[in-house]
Design a protein around this ligand. Structure first.
Ligand SMILES: C[S@@+](CC[C@H](N)C(=O)[O-])C[C@H]1O[C@@H](n2cnc3c(N)ncnc32)[C@H](O)[C@@H]1O
Length: 215
């Protein structure tokens, strides 16, 4: 989706109904478990930037993991939903900004996390977002990305026709694995741990990567 359109999509009822429409889905629950597992690798008490923080769905996990969280989103309405969770005891600093121009110094956070955004971005913006996440991170970047499955098998090949690499499925983009590798490399990131998330979309892999900045 084009940048401006995406930055205006999550407003009004779309923001207030966001959790209700998704939070019981298998994908949402699997993502939550993947993030919970990967957070155990992060140093307790360290800082984490979540962009886009959306409605603050992971704020409780950050608290559980003993992390000092900051959330960024372009949508004031999504930030309002996140603020309600922060007030309800899952504290976090919330900031309105874009992933393409984060208002933080280099290496301001131990970890930068990005879930459910990178598949809305075309190849060029995908790489820009990764570079910006890596810039503000001291050590780790944690991202969820859907890509074309390595070996889909017969059924996957048949069902996955509509979700070939680089193609738009619904409105998101299934990225090429080669683009992901290039994006990581150009941003100076190397994968240290991965978690394959069940997603119910044939012909694709949905992977959460814990990445580390190369020295
Ligand atoms: C699908 S939601 C994901 C939110 C959250 N990460 C989650 O997993 O539920 C996409 C979010 O990206 C935000 N967004 C869109 N463009 C953005 C940008 N350029 N920078 C930061 N956030 C952006 C939207 O406002 C929305 O909250």
């Amino acid at each position: 989706m084009e940048r401006r359109q995406l930055s205006e999509a999550y407003t009004g009822a779309f923001a207030s109904d966001y959790d209700d429409r998704r939070s019981q889905s298998a994908k949402w629950l699997a993502e939550t478990e993947a993030v919970r597992a990967l957070l155990t690798d992060l140093p307790k008490g360290s800082s984490l930037l979540d962009v886009p923080v959306g409605t603050g769905r992971f704020l409780g996990l950050y608290r559980e993991a003993g992390l000092d969280a900051t959330g960024v989103d372009v949508s004031a309405d999504m930030l309002r939903e996140a603020a309600a969770k922060a007030i309800a005891g899952r504290g976090a600093v919330l900031v309105g900004a874009s992933v393409f121009a984060l208002p933080f110094a280099n290496a301001a956070f131990e970890t930068a996390l990005c879930v459910r955004l990178l598949n809305w971005l075309d190849a060029s913006d995908f790489c820009l977002a990764l570079t910006e996440l890596a810039r503000v991170s001291r050590r780790y970047v944690l991202v969820g990305i859907r890509s074309k499955a390595g070996r889909p098998g017969l059924l996957g090949t048949f069902l996955g026709r509509r979700s070939a690499a680089g193609e738009t499925t619904s409105r998101t983009i299934v990225h090429e694995k080669s683009l992901i590798a290039r994006g990581f490399r150009d941003a100076g990131l190397a994968s240290v741990r991965q978690s394959l998330v069940p997603h119910g979309q044939a012909g694709t892999d949905y992977v959460f990567y814990l990445l580390e900045k190369r020295a």
